[in-house]
Design a protein around this ligand. Structure first.
Ligand SMILES: C[S@@+](CC[C@H](N)C(=O)[O-])C[C@H]1O[C@@H](n2cnc3c(N)ncnc32)[C@H](O)[C@@H]1O
Length: 194
């Protein structure tokens, strides 16, 4: 089996990747992660949340897995990069693009619940983690990537990643799997057991 063969990516992906390269955006998720996001999205129905739209690369994979009645809110604080997602994906009525700080967003939706969260930025991952996890419905998925050393990691990032992994492993409301594949993923499911 070769995991990069026959990925069948979303039709719009090439264009978004080209626009991302032109603007020098280097933080996008890779195609393996895109593929697993699409597969997991297809297993859920309801409210989806992405923290860190970037240029919309992971967004387009998630949208392709989602059913017609599901909705996705994607949050990004850099208007310029999110404009690429808006241009290529803005016509999808299931998608709401929010140009705002991720932590402020998490605080603004305390009463809402989500079935799927892809946390691909600082808030909801390296801080305001509990704020994000508390928004998950029981059975909801929390997904993060970039957990294996990456060339664009800032100095001093490795211990923060180790601490994040340990926090998730200890979390009483999560069952999780660590994948040393692609950029390094954790897929966690919220459980509300007594
Ligand atoms: C890893 S990139 C997202 C990549 C995108 N999900 C993908 O797979 O192509 C992280 C993004 O988070 C954004 N960001 C950084 N700090 C943020 C914050 N406090 N709130 C919202 N977005 C933030 C950055 O501008 C960047 O586009």
């Amino acid at each position: 089996m070769k995991d990069m063969e026959n990925l069948n990516p979303p039709a719009v992906l090439d264009e978004i990747e080209r626009a991302s390269a032109e603007m020098g955006f280097t933080m996008a998720s890779d195609r393996q992660t895109g593929s697993i996001l699409r597969t997991l999205a297809a297993a859920k129905s309801g409210a989806f949340l992405e923290l860190g739209t970037g240029t919309g690369i992971s967004t387009c994979w998630i949208l392709e897995g989602m059913d017609a009645s599901s909705t996705l809110v994607s949050v990004e604080n850099d208007e310029k990069v999110q404009a690429v997602a808006r241009q290529h994906l803005g016509g999808d009525r299931r998608l709401t693009l929010k140009n705002m700080d991720g932590e402020a967003f998490l605080r603004s939706v305390r009463e809402q619940r989500f079935d799927f969260i892809f946390a691909d930025t600082w808030p909801g991952k390296f801080y305001a983690l509990e704020e994000a996890l508390s928004l998950l419905r029981p059975g909801g998925l929390y997904i993060i990537d970039d957990l294996l050393p990456q060339p664009n990691w800032p100095e001093g990032h490795a211990p923060k990643v180790a601490e994040l992994i340990a926090t998730l492993e200890r979390h009483e409301r999560l069952v999780l799997t660590k994948l040393c594949w692609s950029s390094g993923l954790i897929i966690a499911t919220r459980v509300d057991r007594a």
